[in-house]
Design a protein around this ligand. Structure first.
Ligand SMILES: [Zn+2]
Length: 228
């Protein structure tokens, strides 16, 4: 097999065929999988699975030929289908600047692999590392209005992709100190690290990071509903 990637989307294409969108270290590729709906390959080609594959050039579309399951991240008994669907939806809507996306690919397979540790924390890690890679990371230490350090004894607010002192921005989207501390911690880690965090803090962190991804990259995700 000459290619490897995670299936992030499948759509029906003619009666028995599907178009698979696969995220590879070289970016996304779309392939027609012929006869997949009635064949044995159906279970191999679920969204979220990591496959090795070959393809040939067709007249209008590239066509999947060989496929081998490398890691069946998704299966019917998976405990975290929503988290996997969120990651796959995000990357299916994301158009990277360059075609070479090895960093994002590795982040994706690491994050899916880490779901069994703490699924919500894995999503916050993914989101923040993705945000950092895309160059839209907010400053978690300094208020951009007054340039003083963000304090832990007064309320801070989140607005327009930045964090301000309550007194420096005129809006009501408060951000908790625990959430800021979690973001600072993750920003300092080079890879997923298990830590104890409350569920409320994780939900807030998912909301804040998804908000950044939506605001700067225009990615409004349906699967975000799963986390509410
Ligand atoms: Zn300030």
């Amino acid at each position: 097999m000459s290619n490897s990637g995670v299936i992030i989307k499948h759509t029906t294409f003619r009666d028995n065929d599907e178009i698979l969108t696969i995220f590879t270290p070289n970016g996304k590729i779309s392939l027609v999988a012929k006869g997949i709906k009635s064949g044995k390959r159906r279970s191999l080609c679920e969204v979220g699975n990591w496959i090795d594959f070959d393809h040939v050039k067709g007249r209008a579309f590239n066509i999947l030929t060989e496929v081998v399951l490398k890691n069946g991240f998704y299966n019917q008994k998976s405990k975290y289908p929503f988290h996997i669907f969120y990651l796959c939806e995000l990357l299916s809507k994301f158009e990277g600047e360059n075609e070479y996306e090895k960093y994002i690919f590795n982040l994706l397979v690491d994050s899916i692999g880490n779901l069994s540790n703490n699924p919500d924390l894995s999503i916050v890690f993914f989101n923040l590392k993705f945000i950092e890679h895309e160059g839209i990371m907010p400053d978690f230490f300094t208020c951009p209005r007054c340039h003083e350090r963000l304090r832990e004894d007064i309320q801070n607010v989140f607005y327009g992709g930045s964090i301000y002192h309550n007194t420096c921005a005129d809006n009501s989207n408060s951000i908790s100190v625990d959430c800021i501390k979690l973001m600072r911690f993750i920003a300092s880690c080079s890879s997923y690290t298990d830590i104890k965090v409350s569920n409320d803090c994780l939900k807030e962190s998912i909301f804040i990071t998804c908000n950044l991804i939506d605001e700067f990259l225009g990615l409004t995700l349906k699967t975000l509903l799963y986390f509410k």
